[in-house]
Design a protein around this ligand. Structure first.
Ligand SMILES: Cc1ncc(COP(=O)(O)O)c(C=O)c1O
Length: 389
């Protein structure tokens, strides 16, 4: 990985220390240029003509997304966000009263809200699997829950929004395959950061957004759908003329690919720019990115861990590039003010997104730092010095 070139190609990274890739990252110049070029063309000739001229680029989106996840382009669909993808995936399952969704304490806030909405409307049951004392999912207990309850759906967030924990998505997938249960993975925080392989995971659906570790534009995302789910005829509750063909007055036929989960309208600039972001990640190589990030974070965590009274709040055997921290002698607001003063970009995680996780840690909020491969060890050393106050 040529970090100097990567930084040169990231116009936003030179005048600040940007540690918010878990929020909305900095796009590479190729993504920015693509977006601007398409918008400029649209201003000249209109959106439909531009889409027509760029059909090849639009098709390449599926190829790059498939390459990233190790599947076929036919298993990929474009979505406008991770939540858009998630809502469509979950709507494809015909829940009835008493059906069970098995999930975890660390699943994303909006996913938990959608489970609660299904509970209210259809009378489904939600079971949340227990964690081991070190924060990892208890896989033995998890398998037992699957065996005993035969859930309709297992829903797992690979990396939560407000902690660095990496959940055992492959191992959970093996359990789902053994018991033949639909398996939905929220990989919003893991794609672009780690190698994510849907074959290894054995998932039926995988959702992600463009703007985070994938470094794409806002308003983009994708949904992977397995052959198993497509062949079983799963389709979103509401689809449109991309997802199905209206074959006679009262009849429709679903398209055979994951495009049945797509809507017709979307930003072509966004799609093409997202394709550039995927191409960029594939070109650098996810294994290289994962390795660089792991080394960067090991050093960062180690250095921060030496600051007296600073608590790294992330638990689990495998921890990602999301780092959450609190301090004994400063409130989260004081730490935030200090970071802003030094031009460090970051996020705050609050209990509203971690209703189960934060009370266990006896915290209400935390500072979230999420470096990525355009960051350098020197930048992070500066942040350590800034936080030693
Ligand atoms: C784990 C996780 N899942 C899903 C989402 C939702 O993504 P989007 O805002 O693109 O719908 C987020 C956003 O922070 C997230 O962190």
């Amino acid at each position: 990985m040529d970090i100097n070139t990567i930084r040169k190609e990231t116009r936003g990274c030179t005048d600040k220390i940007f540690l918010n890739s878990a929020g909305s990252s900095l796009v590479p110049d190729t993504v920015f240029n693509q977006m601007m070029n398409i918008l400029t063309e649209e201003a000249q000739i209109g959106g439909y003509a531009v889409a027509g001229l760029n059909q090849q680029g639009i098709d390449e989106f599926y190829i790059e997304a498939a390459k990233l996840l190790n599947c076929a382009p036919e298993n990929m669909s474009f979505q406008t966000s991770a939540t858009d993808a998630y809502a469509k995936a979950i709507s494809s399952i015909e829940f009835k009263a008493g059906d069970i969704i098995l999930t975890t304490d660390d699943d994303y806030v909006s996913n938990q809200l959608s489970f609660l909405a299904l509970k209210k409307r259809f009378g489904i049951r939600i079971i949340r699997a227990a964690n081991l004392p070190d924060g990892d999912l208890d896989l033995v207990a998890f398998e037992e829950l699957v065996r005993v309850h035969q859930p309709k759906l297992v829903a797992l967030t690979h990396i939560p929004t407000s902690s660095g924990l990496i959940q055992a998505a492959d191992e959970v997938g093996a359990i789902c395959r053994k018991y033949n249960v639909w398996y939905l993975v929220d990989a919003c925080q893991s794609v672009g950061q780690l190698v994510v392989d849907v074959q290894k995971m054995g998932c039926d659906f995988l959702t992600a957004t463009g703007r985070k570790f994938l470094r794409g534009p806002r308003g983009t995302g994708f949904l992977y759908v397995s052959d198993r789910a497509l062949e079983a005829g799963l389709a979103p509750l509401i689809f449109d003329m991309v997802g199905a063909e209206w074959t006679s007055v009262d009849v429709y036929t679903l398209v055979p690919t994951a495009k049945r989960f797509e809507f017709w309208e979307s930003s072509i600039a966004g799609r093409l720019a997202f394709k550039e972001a995927l191409k960029y990640a594939n070109h650098i190589g996810m294994a290289n990115i994962e390795k660089y990030n792991a080394d960067l974070m090991a050093q960062f965590r180690n250095q921060l861990g030496q600051i007296k009274g600073l608590h790294l709040q992330d638990r689990g055997t495998h921890i990602s590039s999301i780092l959450t921290l609190t301090m004994d002698h400063h409130t989260t607001e004081e730490i935030a003010a200090r970071l802003r003063e030094h031009n460090v970009y970051f996020s705050l995680s609050t209990i509203g997104s971690a209703m189960i996780n934060f009370p266990k840690k006896k915290i209400k909020n935390a500072v979230r730092l999420s470096p990525h491969y355009f960051n350098t060890p020197e930048e992070l050393e500066k942040v350590v010095a800034i936080l030693d106050f």
